[in-house]
Design a protein around this ligand. Sequence first.
Ligand SMILES: [Fe+2]
Length: 233
Amino acid sequence: MSNIYNFFSLSIYRDKIKLSEKNKKEMVEEILKMKKDSDKGLKPIQNAWTGDTHGHEYLYKNEKFHLFYKEVEKHIINYMNHFELDVNKLEFYFQRSWATLSNSQEHISAHDHSQSNLSFAYYLKKKKGDAQFVLIDKTKHNEFIPQLFTSVSADRNKIFKKRTTSNIARINIDPEEDDIIIFPSKTLHGTQKNINNSERISISADVSILAKESKNLEHLTPPFKEWKKFENA
Ligand SMILES: [Fe+2]
């Protein structure tokens, strides 16, 4: 019998964060306030409101989000276990964090967070039918005919009998409220277009991972405490 080996996978983490309804309500109210204070109608009408581009990119400094980030830390560490990393040799930093809010057909176009290592999306408010989370594969190791996996005409002509994880370059995840999804920051991602959202609120953050000890070690960023800031810049 023949075998197929699937190598070089992309591993996406998903779990739930259970906060009290009271705490969630406080967080929602804070985010609505941020949006109200910063939304000058400057963003393109089809784009979701994103806190990072409206002066609210350090959400973890807000006390009302304290418990939430404590929970996120546990999930990031869990995700690291999947990669068999020794977290005792690493230090983790939230480098920025923000909320997103989508109403009606607002969406978030495909992008990545290439200045960071890990990112997440947590769904503070999400109803059934709100836009799904979209992941896009840049590597496409299996795509031996270029652009075939995303070809609209190939789909129209039913070139594929069936779509499986071996022949796709894009996948939708339909998160529920309270879900957290963690992924490598370099992964292209966005939200579904042409969907009617009813105040869909998510929280994201970028996480940097550094070495605790840099001696004889390449590739990992040295510990933050050893860095020296320019004196004249
Ligand atoms: Fe993002």
